[in-house]
Design a protein around this ligand. Structure first.
Ligand code: ZN
Length: 82
């Protein structure tokens, strides 16, 4: 596992319910990762959900459950030592 930094972008989560269509305009959090494959379970609290695995195809992927945006760290993704 690489380092994971969680950056809070908006402390107020207003309409987390009812938008499960993956077209969220504003992610609840932006999480920088070093690996193209990330596992998300929503963390603790109201946004928790069953763990899903997301694949970062280009440089970011949005979790359809909790609208967290996973962003690949610059320079990562070349699978060094993989
Ligand atoms: Zn999630």
């Amino acid at each position: 596992m690489g380092r994971i930094a969680i950056i809070q972008t908006s402390p107020a989560i207003e309409d987390a319910t009812g938008k499960m269509d993956g077209t969220a305009a504003s992610p609840t959090e932006i999480i920088k990762v070093d690996d193209r494959t990330v596992a998300c379970d929503g963390g603790d609290g109201a946004l928790g959900h069953p763990r899903v695995f997301l694949y970062i195809d280009r440089n970011s992927v949005l979790c359809p459950y909790c609208s967290r945006l996973y962003v690949l760290n610059p320079g990562a993704g070349h699978a060094r030592g993989h």
